[in-house]
Design a protein around this ligand. Sequence first.
Ligand SMILES: [Mg+2]
Length: 114
Amino acid sequence: MNIFQSLINEIDDKIPVIQKNFDNYQNEFFTKKPPEFFCLELNGEAGELANLEKKQWKGREINTEDFADEAADVFIALFNYCNSRNINLADALTKKLQKIEDIRLSRKQEGLDY
Ligand SMILES: [Mg+2]
């Protein structure tokens, strides 16, 4: 099995379980919110991560744990967004990755990088 197929298989196996558990946790312990809220939250968290990268790029010392903390916020917000919008993240990921892989292979045949 090649690396790409292995990745797809792992996504199909694990992401639905993780997504369902995020949904259960959110529904059990947090107030229900619409997808618009989670979309704003996701972009806010991505902005916080980007801001840390900007600060480091400008020369400030940023703790690695701060990047990890914001990356975790992005991950959590993405799962909450997908659940509130009824997006099957595993399906979406595998479809998108297949498109990317098809383009990569096509470009490779032409001797080009992706
Ligand atoms: Mg944050």
